[in-house]
Design a protein around this ligand. Sequence first.
Ligand SMILES: O=C(O)CCC(=O)C(=O)O
Length: 251
Amino acid sequence: MVITSEDLIRFQQDGFVVLRKYLNADEVAEMLKQVQRFVDDVIPTLSAEEAFYEEKSRPETLKQIHRMCEHDSFFADQMTGDRFRPLAESLLQTEVVVKNMQFFNKPPEIGKPTPPHQDGYYFMLEPNEALTMWLALDDVDEENGCVRYLAGSHLSGMRPHGKSGTLGFSQGIQNYNETDLKNETAIHAEPGDLIIHHSMTIHRANGNQSNTRHRRAMGMVYYSAAAQVASEKVAEYQRSLVEELTAKGDI
Ligand SMILES: O=C(O)CCC(=O)C(=O)O
């Protein structure tokens, strides 16, 4: 058992769980070193849709890197090894499929809000059984845009999503309201803390208000092995998104 029964119950009831100090300081430092290596050596070899910037002409405004495990063996090993995958299996109580490893940043001052959404809307799964692990690499709080959850929202189906206008989170919940805002749980985190949410759990984050602090994190996505992916729909969505972002000059 790689998770306590209390944490499993919390994940099943709330749709998210926080595992404090999942990585120690040395392990966080290693992750950051590998991200920097990826930025320096791998991003230059990739197509534009694999790395997003708040301002395309300013490399220091890097906000997301996608599919890192498909492009680099260190990140592939992270996804398939013992660190995260058995935890995903314990939480979903089934075998899992490795899907995605991402880097998320909200650069100081210009890091944009993450619109309220359910990851499952993007994943297009039947059944919608998957999870995202969010590993903090910085201290994260209200000022630099911590993640906020609606506890239990994974049990109430998919809310209507529509275009958000946000690079990297193209779809957002359209009818997010005052009650939702009141019911949010904001999760502060320290480097090495791991937050895990179900693919149906509603979450969002504010922008980064700090002038100096980044808000860096890794995102790891695992699907239940039983979930069927609407692959053609996903491919068509990705194709039209890349076309739209390219035409707008965002990537
Ligand atoms: O980093 C964020 O602000 C949100 C990340 C997110 O939505 C996710 O990991 O599913």
